[in-house]
Design a protein around this ligand. Structure first.
Ligand code: ADP
Ligand code: ZN
Length: 215
């Protein structure tokens, strides 16, 4: 089963994708994670996209489509979770073609609905474990008193360069202008489902599980 998690920055796509990886063995394809990896590995492409990402703008369709194309070869039968991709109509068309070329299809597009105030609060307090990627929040999910990651025990945490108020404004604008038209696109194709992204992590997880279990 192949699904897209669609929603604005901070909607919780990555959190839910990780759950699905753990619970169902699906493969998470996060273009944001791939691009951040490319940056730290110092490739030409990584250098090219760094400034674009930090400002909160979208990198070119060509780059992200190329990244996804490579990863589709790693199909394990449990399905892919597209997280942060597609973000433009051109990317959505390309994904449809790539899947078709692999004899696969998109089963569900799950829109995670969250209002802007909640997004700003979520994102500006967000940090992650530098070693395992566990997600924390200054207010809603601080580190335990010993300062160690609950998952791996590391004390090294990091914050994303684009998780600041200025870049977030640009990211939200990019979402409304370039990505939100995908809601209509997938609605018209008949595979759009919506969940309340403001519910608790477990409730959102349960809503998504219900969609996947219904087939
Ligand atoms: P967010 O938490 O804002 O949803 P991501 O981690 O998915 O962020 O992506 C971070 C940044 O990486 C984006 O702001 C954009 O610059 C770039 N990016 C990620 N995915 C795409 C994509 N599919 N198309 C264009 N740019 C992308
Ligand atoms: Zn950790």
């Amino acid at each position: 089963m192949n699904i897209i998690l669609l929603g604005p920055p901070g909607a919780g796509k990555g959190t839910q994708a990780k759950r699905l990886v753990d619970e169902r063995g699906m493969i998470q394809l996060s273009t944001g994670d791939m691009l951040r990896e490319a940056r730290t590995s110092g490739t030409e492409m990584g250098k090219k996209v760094a400034a674009v990402m930090d400002a909160g703008n979208l990198v070119t369709d060509e780059i992200v489509i190329g990244l996804i194309e490579e990863r589709l070869e790693g199909d394990n039968g449990a399905g892919f979770i597209f997280d942060g991709f597609p973000r433009t109509l051109a990317q959505a068309d390309a994904l449809g073609e790539l899947l078709a070329a692999h004899g696969a299809k998109l089963d569900h597009v799950i829109e995670m609905q969250v209002d802007d105030d909640a997004l700003v609060a979520r994102i500006t307090g967000r940090f992650t474990c530098a070693d395992c990627g566990e997600v924390y929040h200054d207010v809603t999910r601080p580190l335990p008193a010993d300062g160690k990651c609950v998952n791996c025990g590391s004390t090294e945490m990091k914050r994303r360069a684009d998780d600041n108020e200025e870049s977030l404004k640009t990211r939200l604008m990019a979402y409304y202008k370039q990505t939100s038209p995908l809601i209509g696109y997938y609605y018209a194709k008949g595979n759009l489902k919506s969940v309340d992204g403001l519910a608790s992590m477990d409730e959102v997880g349960a809503s998504i599980a219900a969609i996947l279990d219904q087939g």
